[in-house]
Ligand binder design. Structure first.
Ligand code: 13P
Length: 289
């Protein structure tokens, strides 16, 4: 079923697990994410970034996700990731997205607050929840996201921002990067704890790819309820394609797409198990679905 992102993340917060938000752009990537959620009985967030609005027909994409979600046995949310323009937010709301992320992190705090507050008022009138970001992520290897300056989230500013805007979830910049890390990851778990102490809404971790498992589990213990993943899924598909084309001259596109879906499912499964706090075959904490 199509589910309210906010309810999904409040459940995750209460039960100390995180919901995977996969960046997707096609039927196969959406099918892969939903089928992994069904296999592991975990909720899933389908995330479409504003940067893909040029290549993905938003109306068609939303209709497809809603149809697949309706058929599905698990809660599926439809989220707009990293939107910079009001028109994209409105378009997502009109098309039944269950949450939107407004990324005003490039603006000074006052301006970010003013813009985010306006978006929260509009989105809430439509029953859509809003994620926002304080601080920003550097772009690591193989990422398709915008370059940020790597400013970490200041807990006091985060508190002020959340109170002033009424956002529903906050993306906390604690040292993860979009894409793969160029050196050793330097994730500030102490900072996350300090943010958690002053901000009680669900916290979001961007830059799931390449982040060590034990750090992911620590972030979940400290309030992260949604983790975004893009690069590693893309890398799995591209690696599959490179290998395939080395061995086969002219494979049929229909076979490529079907096999690619199965391949990325294995990468998505790794993340969903980890975020559900499931290690090996044993659940430590189960989500209620
Ligand atoms: P990765 O590409 O590092 O998985 O991050 C994705 C992301 O945070 C999208 O918002």
């Amino acid at each position: 079923m199509l589910s309210d992102t906010k309810i999904m993340l409040y459940e995750a917060q209460k039960n100390q697990y995180a919901v995977a938000a996969f960046n997707v752009y096609s039927l196969e990537t959406v099918q892969a994410a939903i089928s992994v959620g069904e296999k592991l009985k975990q909720p899933i967030i389908i995330a479409l970034g504003e940067r893909y609005f040029d290549s993905v027909d938003v109306e068609g994409f939303a209709a497809m996700v809603k149809a697949l979600a309706t058929k599905s046995s698990i809660p599926v949310a439809l989220h707009l990731d990293h939107a910079y323009k009001m028109e994209s937010i409105i378009r997502a709301i009109r098309n039944g997205f269950t949450s939107v992320m407004y990324d005003g992190s490039r603006y000074p705090l006052d301006e970010n607050i003013r813009r985010t507050k306006e978006i929260v008022e509009i989105a809430h009138m439509a029953g859509v929840s809003v994620e926002a970001e304080i601080g920003s992520l550097v772009r690591g290897e193989f990422s398709d996201e915008e370059e940020g300056d790597g400013t970490l989230t200041d807990p006091q500013l985060a508190k002020e921002f959340v109170e002033a805007t009424g956002v529903d979830f906050l993306a906390a910049a604690i040292g993860t990067v979009h894409g793969l890390y160029k050196g050793e990851p330097k994730i500030d778990l102490d900072l996350l704890q300090r943010i958690r102490q002053v901000v009680d809404i669900p916290l979001v971790l961007h830059g799931g790819s390449g982040t060590p498992d034990e750090i992911i589990l620590e972030t979940i213990k400290n309030g992260i309820c949604k983790i975004n993943v893009n690069t590693e899924v893309s890398m799995t598909a591209v690696t599959y394609l490179k290998d395939l084309l080395k061995n086969e001259k002219m494979p049929h596109l229909s076979t490529i797409m079907a096999n690619m879906q199965r391949t990325i499912e294995s990468t998505m499964e790794k993340f969903v198990r980890l975020f559900a706090n499931q290690i090996g075959d044993e659940y430590i904490i189960k989500s209620p679905f």
